[in-house]
Design a protein around this ligand. Structure first.
Ligand SMILES: *Cc1c(COP(=O)(O)O)cnc(C)c1O
Length: 359
């Protein structure tokens, strides 16, 4: 197999330049005589890697000074529980928007900590359209409002940031962080697993506004306490050093591409091309309301389900990998994160057209 395109939802494709640089530096990082994996996290070499990582993320996302950046372990899933444990601040309620499988998991994990108010849900349309903001029921007494800006499995994405008044907005950006420009000051807390758009797994990011810190639940272990982690620059214990390094390389790559604004333009073009091809075909279709379609994860089904297995088999032979949809929704899914080049999306579109013609 010569060239391949990997459409995996996560862990997912990394920029080839990043993988090459990691390969070159694998045995001996910048003449230190050590692999990054072998370095003390307190040593000067790794401290410089960590410093650049923080600075580059702050610069790329334009993160204001009153926000802390944490790199933690446990994935986005652990934060589903640690968020209420850290920021309920004595309140008993939190609002959640249910737009798909990941929202549901966040809701389930929050329930042991507080009364979860479902302010809106797209369950009745099988998560194919985001409930209109005018229908949301907010509770002013809630500690925060949680939503999932991009539902990785259902392929549903908020085009903008919802206005929720004074409620701190908490966003699970696991699958669309760094894909488009956002105004961080509109959020109380942003979190994301690293393995979709930032690097390999294992460097979960939490960006949290200062005033939300310092109110953690009594008894919460320090290692899960955002304030304690912030005070130690996320080095309360040994961090996932190699994963931090790789995320750092992805951020440097992103800067070299022109930053998030430039990437957003490419992402718009990639998604528009793929959705247009799907909408114009009679074999493929996407069930999501046009305004709510994800730029990162594009699910599609074949009109004839019996062709699913053949489609995946032929795709794989031709180098189009990991196109199988999530087991809960079936069909296909092409994840087209930052690291998927436009040429990969064009090649996929051509392949799909050819498959349609021959089947
Ligand atoms: C992948 C994903 C998660 C889970 O991330 P883990 O790192 O596996 O815990 C949570 N939320 C969203 C939106 C995701 O895409």
């Amino acid at each position: 197999m010569t060239s391949t395109y990997n459409f995996s939802a996560g862990p997912s494709v990394l920029p080839v330049d990043v993988l090459k640089q990691a390969q070159e530096e694998m045995l001996n990082w910048q003449n230190s005589g050590m692999s990054v994996m072998e370095m003390s996290h307190r040593g000067a070499e790794f401290m410089s890697i960590a410093k650049n990582l923080h600075q580059d993320l702050r610069e790329l996302m334009n993160i204001p000074d009153n926000y802390k950046i944490l790199f933690l372990q446990g994935g986005a899933t652990a934060q589903f529980s640690f968020i209420p444990a850290n920021i309920l601040a004595g309140k008993t309620k939190a609002c959640y928007i249910n737009t798909g499988a990941w929202s549901e998991k966040a809701i389930k994990s929050a329930k042991p900590y507080c009364d979860v108010i479902i302010s809106a849900s797209s369950e009745n349309n099988k998560h194919t359209a985001i409930p209109d903001r005018s229908e949301w029921q907010l509770d002013e007494q809630a500690a925060y409002l949680h939503y999932t800006p991009n539902e990785t499995i259902h392929g549903v994405e908020f085009a903008g940031v919802p206005d929720v008044g004074d409620l701190p907005l908490v966003a699970d950006m696991s699958s669309n962080i760094l894909s488009k420009e956002i105004d961080v000051s509109q959020f109380g807390l942003i979190y994301a697993g690293s393995q979709k758009n930032m690097g390999p797994t294992g460097a979960t990011i939490v960006i949290v506004r200062d005033d939300l810190l310092g109110h953690a639940q009594v008894g919460l272990p320090d290692i899960f306490n955002y304030e304690k982690q912030a005070a130690q620059d996320s080095m309360l214990n040994t961090p996932a050093t190699y994963n931090w390094y790789l995320v750092g390389l992805v951020l440097q790559w992103l800067k070299a591409q022109g930053g998030i604004a430039a990437m957003e333009e490419i992402n718009k073009r990639k998604a528009a091309a793929l959705y247009t091809a799907i909408d114009q075909s009679s074999l493929y279709s996407n069930p999501v309301a046009k305004a709510d379609r994800s730029r990162m994860n594009v699910p599609f089904i074949l009109a004839n389900k019996d062709l699913d297995a053949t489609f995946l088999k032929v795709a794989k032979i031709q180098g189009f990998l990991s196109l199988k949809g999530h087991r809960s929704v079936g069909g296909m899914r092409a994840s087209i994160y930052n690291a998927m080049p436009e040429s990969g999306v064009s090649a996929l579109i051509q392949f799909m057209a050819e498959f349609e013609r021959t089947h």
